[in-house]
Design a protein around this ligand. Sequence first.
Ligand code: TTP
Ligand code: MN
Ligand code: MN
Ligand code: MN
Length: 366
Amino acid sequence: SAHSSAKQDSTVSTYACQRRTTLNNHNKIFTDALEILAENLEFCGDQGPSLAFRRAASVLKSLPAALRRQEDTQRLPCLGEHSKAIIEEIFECGSSSRVEEILNDERYRTMKLFSSVFGVGLKTSENWFCRGLRTFEQVLSEPSIRLNRMQTAGFLFYEDISKPVSRTEASALKIIVEEAVICVNPFATVSITGGFRRGKEFGHDVDFIIKTPEAGQEDVILPAVIERFKSQNILLYSDLQESTFDIRQLPTHCFDAMDHFSKCFLIVKLKCEQETDARAARDWKAVRVDLVAPPLERYTYALLGWTGSTLFERDLRRFARLERGKLLDNHALYDKATNTFLPANTEEDIFAHLGLEYIEPWQRNA
Ligand code: TTP
Ligand code: MN
Ligand code: MN
Ligand code: MN
């Protein structure tokens, strides 16, 4: 068994897109710690070092069994000295003192709290923290702070949208979205993407991708869906981003850039069996929903991009560029050697273009 485990470890790729990572994480005690270190570095603006901890955690998530001893980390890629020291301390003491320190750190706690609000990013959180603000009450009673529309909705519906959305709730929403989409275009189809497509039981939102049977039909869908939700009195917030898609544009190098497809970020009322709040006598819950409607010829690339996980997507692009001389993003795959866009009808086609074994959506939880 020592032999077989060594053999197995030596085959772990440095690229998340060459690993099969299901939700069955055997190393949660280590990955939780490494991800808190990563998150804390993100809160400090140190993206590079943060990514190193994310990669280390991701490698451990892909393992078929728990690490049993420190030596098990020797053959694994992406584990730096710092990550190995954290793992060692957890083996010896059951927890990491650095992680405990972060969890009690005022800056970490405040950044975590503020950035949990829809519409509040790291810059805003940091700004509020630096001004001495520590609680929502302090933010909301600070006269010099002008919340934008998204943040206002974020605070207004905080209680509901900070609760996880269940798979059952996601399925109920799918029916509502499908009904609205079919009203506009009876031949259009709706699929769940994001974390639920990767098999997660809970999510922070529900992501849907819409497929129209002909190119050019995608642009009218989302405005019409929003109008219908309004008329049904279930729309609590909407931010419609019209398409800026350009068919000639090459895939971008920048991972964090948003895609150019027609999309919207919504908060909708979802009817529930029981009253969520007896005093308010509500029979609905506010839920975050994302919709994207790409043009037909780029649907597969959009589906792959919106399925995630973020680290899986990041490594797919990195692999394409560094190992294959190809540029990949949510819109396209471009071959630099032949100066051509590569068409794809299925996700399998994209993996094949990249010379990668196909990884199923539920194996992309890197
Ligand atoms: P998220 O919904 O943020 O994440 P998730 O579904 O993986 O997890 P959670 O359960 O917390 O919701 O994003 C889903 C994927 O969509 C993610 O891989 C990033 C991608 N995405 C884009 O590609 N373009 C965009 O403009 C946005 C907003 C997301
Ligand atoms: Mn936020
Ligand atoms: Mn999601
Ligand atoms: Mn989303």
